[in-house]
Design a protein around this ligand. Structure first.
Ligand code: GH3
Ligand code: MG
Ligand code: MG
Length: 520
């Protein structure tokens, strides 16, 4: 059954592209496998760095706020001048912009000044635990988040106020709103979170102080078991939290000014996204390599297959001489093609030699070495029929008698000697054949009839003059005919020459007769 075979260049192309695809596939699989861990690690590290950065920023902010408060506290000398207190509260709130509200509270927890005044807090005795803690602390203090007297969810940052004699007078406190716009949320919101990254600040009592999602503020922070353990045992760290269904990449850091923790958790799908992006990039890169390789391989495979294709094309030529000549000119620029070409040429030369030998044998008479009838037909065909050629038919006179008298071997010797003599009088282009028995034909190419007659007469007299083995003298009869005058028909000319030869025999032998049909 006929099956289509692929071209060498197609196979080379397929092999190269296939190789690249397979390699890329394996590399991508390896990349995906190993990179996943690396990406996770680097995301975890960046979450930790981010948490520490936020902790540091918030710490600095609280420190500065404390310094502002401390400075103001040092300016207040007594609680008896409400104007000074009011002025200081306003200055503190408006100048620094750190606090949403500022209160000055006496040692017996009564608000002596507040800014803004619109809160209507002056004279109010604070009952809250936070106020009590601030009074009891008698030093710089940052509260847990709580709901203030004015109903806001806040943290209180306070500094004690002492009289010159060292007596504790009360405290100066700034509140920071956690749910409303405040400087804390402003600072934290300035950071650029991935929308898949969750940032929380959690106070020591487990309340959420800050989250991008303001609805979560004041709610309890609910860490998983692992996160809880980590938060309790380390100040900073990161880990892969597999407590949830999806698993999370968590980084956390503790603040110094307040006992707050900053927790940053990223969904692991960012790992998949980064991996996918890597794979997409690698895909385009691979595609570019494939295009480049395909172009290069197409170019080189064409160059590689070119000598082989030429080899096939030329080997199909009918004429082996032409084939050999063309094969020798093929630029077989690499080893295998060169060896193949040499092998084909060697084989062709060998076959040609054998065929030539066989065809020479087939065209030659073994006894005399002259061409036989087949050889005559082949060689005569090489001459243009339109030219003027002549034929001489020759027959040995009374040859039978030689055989009879001296034997067949002597007859053969005479045949051989006669052949040699005919050869010696013929020029190169003339074709001498033994047609059978003791009959010969000579083809004279490009020879007019008159010249052929002269040649025939020369042959006759030469044979007549020569000595032959056994018999001494041998004579021949000859008939001459022109091919052109027989309508360029070789067979007709042969027949006419034979008839002329017959006429020569009849006329007494040892003579030349020109075909009567031609004689003018
Ligand atoms: P003519 O002058 O009329 O040609 O007489 P002839 O005897 O030459 O002619 P004929 O045709 O009667 O005899 C030809 C002889 O040639 C007959 C045959 O035995 C002999 N002969 C043919 N082929 C060979 C050969 O290869 N070797 C030998 N020795 N004799 C051959
Ligand atoms: Mg004869
Ligand atoms: Mg004869």
């Amino acid at each position: 059954m006929f099956r289509r075979k692929f071209h060498l260049r197609t196979l080379m192309l397929a092999l190269s592209v296939g190789g690249i695809l397979l390699t890329s596939l394996l590399l991508l699989s390896a990349l995906t496998l190993f990179q996943k861990g690396n990406i996770e690690d680097s995301l975890l590290e960046s979450n930790l760095a981010y948490a520490r950065k936020l902790a540091d920023t918030t710490d600095r902010y609280l420190m500065t706020a404390q310094r502002e408060l401390a400075y103001s506290a040092s300016l207040i000398e007594n609680f008896n001048d409400p104007n000074q207190l009011k002025q200081e509260a306003n200055r503190l709130r408006l100048q620094s912009g750190f606090f949403n509200s500022v209160v000055i509270v006496s040692a017996d927890a009564v608000i002596t000044a507040a800014s803004p005044e619109s809160l209507g807090l002056i004279g109010l005795k604070l009952q809250s635990q936070t106020s009590e803690q601030a009074i009891n602390a008698k030093k710089a203090f940052i509260s847990e988040p709580f709901t203030s007297a004015a109903g806001n969810y806040v943290v209180l940052v306070s500094q004690p106020v002492f009289a010159k004699n060292g007596k504790y007078l009360g405290y100066l406190g700034g509140t920071i709103y956690l749910k409303k716009e405040g400087i804390l949320s402003e600072i934290l919101s300035m950071h650029f979170y991935d929308n898949k990254t969750d940032v929380s600040i959690v106070s020591s009592n487990g309340k959420i102080i800050f989250n991008q999602d303001t609805k979560l503020i004041s709610k309890n922070f609910k860490p998983g078991v692992t996160l809880k353990e980590k938060l309790n045992s380390n100040r900073n760290g990161y880990f892969y939290d597999s407590d949830g269904n999806a698993g999370e990449l968590v980084g956390y850091a503790s603040m110094n000014q307040a006992n707050w923790k900053i927790i940053i958790s990223g969904a692991p799908d960012s790992v998949s996204r980064i991996l996918l992006q890597t794979v997409i990039n690698a895909f385009w890169f691979t595609l570019a390599i494939i295009a480049l390789t395909a172009a290069t391989v197409t170019f080189f495979s064409a160059r590689i297959s070119f000598p082989l294709e030429r080899l096939v094309e030329f080997a199909k030529e009918e004429d082996s001489e032409v084939t050999l000549k063309k094969l020798s000119k093929i630029n077989a620029w690499y080893n295998e093609a060169d060896r193949l070409r040499e092998a084909v040429m060697f084989h062709l030369q060998m076959v040609t030699r054998r065929v030539n030998k066989l065809s020479d044998e087939a065209m030659t008479d073994p006894l005399t070495g002259l061409y036989n009838r087949k050889g005559f037909d082949v060689l005569v065909k090489r001459h243009a029929t339109t030219h003027e050629h002549c034929i001489i038919a020759i027959d040995i006179d009374h040859f039978k008698k030689i055989n009879d008298k001296y034997g067949h071997t002597a007859g053969d010797a005479v045949l051989v000697a006669l052949s040699a003599r005919l050869k010696s009088v013929c020029i190169e282009d003339e074709i001498i054949c033994r047609f059978g028995g003791e009959e010969f034909v000579v083809f004279l190419p490009d020879t007019p009839l008159s010249e052929a007659v002269t040649v025939a007469e020369g042959m006759r007299s030469h044979i007549d003059d020569e000595d032959f083995p056994y018999t001494g003298n041998v004579t021949i009869s000859l008939g001459v005919a022109s091919v052109r005058k027989n309508g360029n028909d070789i067979n007709l000319a042969l027949q006419q020459a034979d008839e002329a030869l017959y006429a020569a025999k009849s006329a007494g032998r040892n003579q030349v007769v020109v075909s009567q049909a031609q004689a003018s």
